[in-house]
Design a protein around this ligand. Structure first.
Ligand SMILES: [Zn+2]
Ligand SMILES: [Zn+2]
Length: 298
């Protein structure tokens, strides 16, 4: 459709950089600051490092590089007890960072003592700079039938924690749209629900919008094949829209396959502006305000 979405042939230089795991160059700065609503700084630093090479304080470098192009706040997302604790501590240290804490749906079925891990998550949930419970949810891509009961039990427990502490629920939903809605209806959804890396089509988006949920779009919205996802984005009101990296994964075009980080958010925001027919400046302002409402104040 839009020329922005076409996937040009990769140059020899780009191919070599991708194979070497190099971070892409910084995109043009946004006219207004936005946030990265979902990132994994810990995984990014350990798997890919930071742009510019090794640093004494990689988190500070990641924040500085992102701030330079108009991404001045980020939400660090936990996937297990250790990463959740790291995120909560990191949010205490860096004013640009807020945290969410949870056991990832792929993690929950593997735990020998789910209840004990949930107690740890609950103790972190009480902290001031922990603003969300996530990522939790359902993942039928990586977890087969044998793990689904534990996954659902964990998801239900996370929903209860989000409500007890009035935190935003951050949902990971992979191939499980109907079950995610069923469980939310059954438990009663918290006041603020974010579907991270929204992966549904227009019908599912409409259903989520109607319920007042927030749809967070990742680099996948820039992929050439993601027509249904762009249709979903096009009908999402800007005050229910967020943008994220899910770094180090899901790097937006034209750098798919290379490591992702918050400084690449402008590529996804520009794709969303083109998809929704929004003025870039206004879209940035709306996403920024939504981020503050859902996770803030920083
Ligand atoms: Zn996820
Ligand atoms: Zn994630």
């Amino acid at each position: 459709m839009l020329s922005l979405m076409s996937e040009p042939r990769e140059s020899r230089r780009d191919r070599a950089a991708r194979r070497a795991g190099e971070f892409p160059p910084a995109p043009e700065s946004l006219p207004r600051a936005v946030l990265d609503s979902h990132t994994h700084l810990d995984i990014t630093v350990s798997e890919a490092g930071v742009p510019g090479g090794p640093a004494d304080d990689p988190v500070a470098v990641a924040i500085a590089v992102a701030t330079k192009v108009g991404v001045d706040r980020l939400v660090q997302v936990g996937v297990d007890v250790a990463s959740s604790r790291w995120g909560a501590d990191t949010a205490d240290r860096y004013p640009a960072v807020l945290a969410t804490v949870a056991l990832h749906p792929n993690e929950a079925p593997r735990l020998s003592d789910l209840d004990e891990a949930l107690r740890e998550i609950e103790s972190l949930a009480a902290r001031d700079r922990v603003r969300g419970i996530g990522e939790t949810g359902m993942d039928f891509f990586r977890t087969g039938d044998e793990g689904r009961a534990a996954q659902e039990e964990s998801f239900r427990a996370h929903i209860a924690i989000a409500k007890r502490y009035d935190k935003t629920l951050v949902i990971h939903d992979r191939d499980a749209h109907a079950d995610v809605l069923r469980i939310l209806d059954d438990e009663g959804a918290p006041d603020r629900v974010v579907l991270h890396c929204f992966s549904g089509d227009a019908d599912f988006a409409r259903e989520c919008v109607r319920r007042g949920y927030l749809l967070s779009f990742a680099g996948t919205v820039t992929f050439g094949s993601a027509t249904a996802l762009r249709e979903a984005a096009a009908l999402t009101p800007v005050d229910q829209m967020l943008v994220e990296t899910d770094a180090p994964y899901l790097t937006p075009m034209p750098y798919r396959g290379r490591p992702n980080a918050s400084y690449l958010i402008p590529l996804t925001v520009r794709a969303l502006a083109a998809t929704t027919g929004s003025d870039l400046d206004e879209l940035c302002a709306a996403i920024s305000a939504t981020g503050d409402r859902v996770f803030g104040p920083w």
